[in-house]
Design a protein around this ligand. Structure first.
Ligand SMILES: [Zn+2]
Ligand SMILES: [Zn+2]
Length: 259
């Protein structure tokens, strides 16, 4: 039996509203021993924590996604910090930069990221970083703001090996989603082959980025096993063994207890 952790999912999203319990059951039956449900706003962080409080194997994060980047007013910040103190909250994020969709002005995204690195340090929580086509700025800000003090993960890693090395040098982990199973993902597969095994994790980012063979359908945490299978193939290691290592890494970064 494999033992996997979905290191990044969004169980609070409306796509899961109707059958959340079934989604969680299916994940458990597929060997997913834990899930980290990630907040993208104050409202979503509250919902994520609510879910994490109901299931001993679900943990949550708090943060503000770059799509909704804004200057966090004092009130919002103190509420997020309050949530962050809950023992079920294991990381700050997702925060970061998205220059692909550019839904919020880039200067706002950068300011919001800086603010949240400071908050993560204050709360002593590792960071969950979202980065699309913003590699240089992400690394620069993480360095400037001493993010290595708390560490974290670059989730849905989309850079090349050269960029991966910079993230690893900063002490960050690299998390790979289902896109690694897509035909055109050779750059991502190279990162998976070369990344030190003790810094790699897997995620779904469900309900998005569904791996093959379910590409095109809603993603869910149970499908993290298809990503792990691809990683086992690329690393030439048996699935149960690679799963154990990926799980260890996730437990270590997020200091998960009670598994
Ligand atoms: Zn993201
Ligand atoms: Zn996400």
């Amino acid at each position: 039996m494999v033992r996997l952790i979905d290191s990044h999912t969004h169980l609070d999203m409306p796509q899961f509203q109707k059958d959340l319990h079934g989604v969680i059951e299916r994940a458990r039956n597929s060997g997913v021993v834990a899930m980290i449900t990630v907040g993208i706003s104050l409202d979503s962080s509250e919902k994520a924590l609510e879910i994490a409080r109901k299931y001993p194997f679900i943990y949550s994060t708090v943060g503000c996604h770059p799509h909704g980047a804004h200057d966090l007013p004092g009130e919002e910040m103190s509420r997020l910090k309050e949530l962050a103190m809950d023992p079920r909250v294991v990381a700050w994020g997702e925060t970061g930069l998205d220059y692909y969709r550019d839904r919020a002005p880039r200067d706002k995204q950068r300011a919001c990221l800086r603010q949240q690195v400071a908050l993560a340090r204050e709360c002593r929580l590792p960071l969950v970083i979202h980065d699309r086509e913003a590699h240089d700025d992400v690394i620069r800000i993480l360095k400037d703001e001493s993010a290595q003090e708390v560490g974290g993960v670059i989730h849905c890693f989309s850079g090349d090996w050269n960029y991966a090395k910079k993230c690893l040098d900063l002490g960050f982990y690299i998390s790979v989603p289902g896109t690694v199973t897509y035909k055109n993902a050779e750059i991502q597969r190279e990162v998976v082959r070369k990344c030190p095994l003790e810094r790699l994790m897997v995620e779904t980012d469900a309900p998005y980025l569904t791996p093959v063979p379910y590409r095109g359908k809603r993603n869910e945490p149970a499908y993290v096993v298809f990503t792990a299978k691809k990683v086992s193939e690329l690393r030439n290691m048996p699935l149960d063994e690679i799963s154990e290592r990926l799980t260890e890494n996730t437990v270590r970064l997020f200091r998960l207890t009670g598994l």
